[in-house]
Write a protein that binds this ligand. Structure first.
Ligand SMILES: [Mn+2]
Length: 300
């Protein structure tokens, strides 16, 4: 994976591809093409875009529709550049809601998934979701990853951790939200995700060199432990029995399943449902969730 820093240089203080100054937008393309050449020469197959300054501190400064068009023009231009050079590179767009800008455009992975379909070469572009960035927005990271996966757009992933509603913490993977980390690892392993497990994180600022190594080992070790726990979840007879019961289907609704037909719609509208009975069913999710806790706490 290769990337370009389009955020820390003061030249990019108003953004790169979305900057108001056309000279800055042109320089951003110039810098990115040179970096793409370097990445390709080193064998990179994927190019990540995180636009830390692509946003605003006041909406008086920039039209958000213009910003989207500028960003689209830049990505279209760079896709054509990659094709013209004969590089095999694909792009992955990384969302973040804010910091180091008051608001960053395309604040969530879902925003980028919508945007990608408007590009000239959507097949070349996917997403790079990051745990901390979705958690900053108070969102369920697994759901963002699942939507990207289902769309065939999970090109890369940034693993770290983050308490909700805080500044960007970039903590060691699994340091804060173990259960969310567990379901994420379980998803990646169950789906057979074959991309890199990329840790975009930092050690606590209290650490010396050994502490940084502890941090790096911790990221990898926690991932592998959770992978083993996911295998246990899949093999646990009580958990799987409960899931089979929860997801049971007696086939009585089969006649209503499938694509729309006028006959199916009429039959469904005429069918008598026992609404009260539907509402009275206990789902046993408390029991299931407690079994997950006990699995993660190492007592099963
Ligand atoms: Mn990242």
């Amino acid at each position: 994976m290769a990337t370009t820093n389009l955020f820390s240089d003061p030249a990019f203080k108003d953004g790169a591809f979305t900057a108001n100054d056309p000279k800055v937008r042109a320089y951003a393309l110039h810098k990115t093409m040179h970096a793409i050449d370097l990445g390709a020469s080193l064998g990179a197959e994927l190019y990540v875009f995180w636009g830390g300054r692509e946003g605003i501190d006041t909406d008086a400064a920039k039209d958000p529709v213009d910003a989207i068009k500028r960003f689209r023009d830049a990505i279209n231009f760079l896709c054509e550049y990659v094709l013209d050079q004969g590089y095999g590179l694909k792009f992955a767009l990384e969302a973040k809601p804010n910091e180091p800008r008051g608001d960053i455009y395309f604040p969530t992975t879902g925003s980028y998934l919508g945007f990608i379909e408007t590009l000239d070469h959507p097949e070349m572009v996917g997403v790079n979701p990051e745990v901390a960035h979705e958690h900053m927005a108070g969102l369920n990271f697994l759901h963002a990853v699942a939507q990207a996966w289902e769309a065939g757009k999970l090109f890369h992933i940034d693993l770290n951790d983050q308490n909700y509603a805080r500044f960007d913490q970039d903590w060691r993977f699994g340091a804060q939200n173990l259960k969310q980390a567990f379901f994420l690892v379980k998803f990646l392993e169950d789906m057979g995700y074959d991309g890199s497990r990329h840790f975009d994180a930092h050690a606590f600022r209290t650490e010396d060199v050994e502490g940084v190594k502890d941090f790096a080992r911790g990221c990898m070790r926690t991932y592998l432990i959770l992978k083993e726990r996911a295998a246990r979840f899949n093999a646990d007879a009580e958990i799987q029995g409960l899931l089979a019961e929860i997801q049971a289907d007696d086939g009585s609704m089969d006649k209503f399943k499938g694509a729309y037909t006028a006959e199916r719609a009429s039959a469904l509208k005429a069918h008598p449902f026992d609404r009260v009975a539907l509402g009275q069913r206990g789902m046993k999710y408390e029991k299931l969730d407690q079994l997950v806790n006990e699995l993660l706490l190492g007592v099963r």
